[in-house]
Design a protein around this ligand. Structure first.
Ligand code: GLY
Length: 369
């Protein structure tokens, strides 16, 4: 017979994955830092016994319809032609099914369309014109997703571009009076006289540092069901048709509720090359805790650049992981990101039944100002 001391020693020796096997699941939602309201909404649904996928979709719908979230849905920053193109994917743990859309134009809720791809077709991914026709077949209205704020940022970017001779057809002509020494802020003020200073500073920041925002949201309920979704307008000023990691199952999101779920935000090109979300779930399957599973994935990205900090400093990427027992992690390549000249600490959102809160991400490299 095993005495108490032996039993405790044995339990401590259990690999993390086996320990997770025996833990009691609980209601918990995590997301990227833009998901405080998203997590709260998803938690409301979990508390009423709703499905984990319906919960995360309802959560990210808040971001998809929010014109102030310029990295997701309506108001997202457009491609280089000024057209908003959306990507989304999701996985439903209980049924092990998945759905995805990419390069979807004019439809506000790509996550809802991705769910219909999952439930109403024999496919997993629809893109471009086909995805649009499918959405319209299900009654989604076509809408212009470009807000005035995002249009201003797009025009700012367009006017900032220069050929080898320093020329740009989208600025005033060669015959215009000289404006020697004029700083960008003054030029912007002249171009957009009705915009406030904050919007102009933001537009210039978006021009200089094109963002890849996005929202990822992962959920677990008391039955042990798990789901995940990722939705985005992708990289600002992208070539039309560019698809990032968000709609790629195994990169933008991955769920195996026997182990856990993972997702990503940030520069999608790096994530695709390491199949991030799938890699993290597999890391957890082999016993790594969520934090280590994510950091390992970030190390794979760093290795793709020979661990050269100068090249790695040009982008950021975040991974999120939620294990089946509710242990979670939010991680980032860099300790913070530079926005409008300041380093802001990388964070992620959590809701475990009370108010949503932001927690600091664990990170691989310290970003110095
Ligand atoms: N992670 C979003 C994108 O790169 O499109």
């Amino acid at each position: 017979m095993v005495n108490r001391r032996q039993w405790i020693a044995g339990a401590a020796a259990l690999p993390a994955a086996a320990a997770a096997q025996s833990a009691q699941p609980k209601n918990i939602v995590i997301s990227s830092n833009n998901g405080l309201r998203c997590c709260a909404r998803a938690m409301e649904i979990l508390k009423t016994g709703g499905d984990t996928l319906d919960a995360v979709i309802a959560g990210v719908n808040i971001n998809e319809e929010d014109p102030e979230d310029t990295s997701v849905g309506y108001g997202g920053l457009p491609n280089e032609e000024g057209v908003v193109e959306l990507d989304a994917s999701l996985m439903h743990g209980p049924t092990r099914r998945a759905g995805s859309v990419a390069s979807l134009r004019n439809i506000k809720y790509p996550s809802k369309v991705a769910k219909l791809v999952m439930t109403e077709t024999d496919h997993i991914m629809l893109v471009g014109e086909g995805a649009l026709r499918f959405a319209k077949a299900y009654g989604f209205p076509e809408e212009n997703l470009l807000t005035e704020k995002s249009r201003l940022a797009w025009l700012t970017w367009k006017r900032s571009q220069r050929d080898g001779g320093g020329h740009n057809n989208w600025t005033d002509g060669l015959d215009a009076p000289a404006k020697k020494g004029q700083v960008p802020a003054a030029r912007l003020r002249q171009q957009f006289p009705h915009a406030d200073d904050e919007t102009l500073a933001w537009a210039w920041d978006m021009t200089v540092n094109p963002p890849t925002g996005t929202i990822n949201c992962l959920s677990l309920n008391t039955r042990g069901d798990m789901s995940g979704v990722t939705t985005t307008s992708g990289l600002a000023w992208k070539i039309p048709g560019r698809v990032g990691d968000s709609p790629i199952i195994g990169a933008g999101v991955y769920v195996d509720q026997e182990v856990g779920a993972a997702g990503s935000t940030g520069r999608g090109e790096e994530n695709i090359r390491v199949a991030g979300a799938h890699t993290i779930v597999e890391n957890m399957r082999h016993g790594m805790p969520p934090k280590e599973a994510c950091l390992d994935c970030l190390k794979r990205i760093a290795r793709n650049y020979g661990n050269d900090p100068a090249r790695l400093a040009k982008f950021d990427i975040n991974f999120y992981a939620l294990r089946k027992d509710g242990v979670y992690a939010g991680t980032s390549l860099w300790s913070g990101r530079i926005r409008q000249g300041k380093v802001t600490r990388s964070k992620f959102a959590v809701n475990d039944g009370g108010q949503s809160r932001l927690e600091d991400c664990e990170y691989l490299f310290e970003r110095k100002g």
